[in-house]
Ligand binder design. Structure first.
Ligand code: DGL
Length: 271
């Protein structure tokens, strides 16, 4: 895999407020190794979790627009916060393109809990969104959902120093109320959090199962991509993975290497 091994052609675009979407990118690349993936981390504007809806919608339109201009036929919004706030706006702006979002998997969590007590760790923007309220109303049933904002955690993960005392302390603070509530299942409702999953697991204990949704999202994106290919056999497809950041690209590059084992360069892209 070379840094900017790039051909013209159709590809899949992926964006997140920062490095979190790498967890989705990894799952996608496993399923579609032959398809070009362009990733943009909106590092200059991260984190989104404490921002207002208007800002998140505007950034999402800008990032998706850049990916589409470069040839993306399918855009994966690899961010729960941007999905809950902006996916409708994206579909409205580009009704002929395909969008896949990430949102907290309340339904699978309800299917897997044994004691009916579920924790959801996510950003404030996600937890206060109308979409999250709907997901809980539709799927929680008898289960009790304990929604836990983790302010500052995504921002700390953005430094790429995943084992720092500050990260561990923030995780301890966010997990304490969930342990007290006696949850047996915790949903990682922010794509940044799987990057520190081992620390979250250690803090909550092995008896708590952690769920994340990256693989399910990648499966859905792969399904849509294959349908699209069948309908457009004449279009060439790009190859290779391209990483870009709207801010300092080094943390993205470092995490791609350390957490994913991908020796890619990330470049800066002002958007
Ligand atoms: N990774 C993002 C999510 O899945 C948001 C992190 C942030 O920017 O606050 O919600």
């Amino acid at each position: 895999m070379s840094a900017f091994a790039r051909q013209d052609g159709a590809r899949i675009g992926v964006f997140d407020s920062g490095v979190g979407g790498l967890t989705v990118l990894r799952a996608l690349h496993e399923l579609l190794p032959e398809v070009g993936l362009d990733y943009i981390a909106d590092t200059a504007h991260a984190p989104y979790g404490e921002r207002g809806s208007e800002f998140i919608v505007e950034r999402s339109l800008t990032l998706a627009g850049a990916l589409i201009a470069d040839g993306a036929r399918l855009v994966v919004v690899a961010c729960n916060t941007a999905t809950t706030q902006a996916i409708h706006a994206l579909r409205q702006r580009w009704p002929d393109l395909l969008f896949v979002g990430v949102e907290p998997g309340i339904k699978p969590a309800v299917q897997q809990t044994r004691n009916g007590r579920i924790g959801v760790m996510a950003t404030r923007a996600t937890l206060s969104s109308e979409r999250y309220r709907q997901l809980v109303a539709q799927h929680a049933g008898e289960a009790r959902i304990f929604s836990q904002p983790c302010p500052g955690l995504a921002d700390l993960i953005e430094t790429a120093d995943l084992d720092s005392p500050a990260v561990l302390e923030r995780i301890a603070q966010s997990c304490a109320p969930l342990s007290e509530a006696g949850v047996d299942t915790v949903l990682l409702g922010c794509t940044h959090y799987p990057l520190v999953q081992a620390h979250i697991q250690a803090r909550l204990g092995e008896h708590v199962q952690l769920l994340n949704i990256e693989s399910a999202v990648a499966r859905q994106a792969a399904r849509l991509w294959r349908h699209w290919r069948e309908a457009h056999p004449e279009e060439g497809v790009a190859q290779g993975i391209q990483l870009a950041s709207t801010g300092d690209p080094l943390p993205l590059q470092r995490l791609a290497r350390e957490a994913l084992g991908w020796p890619l360069e990330a470049r800066q892209r002002k958007l």
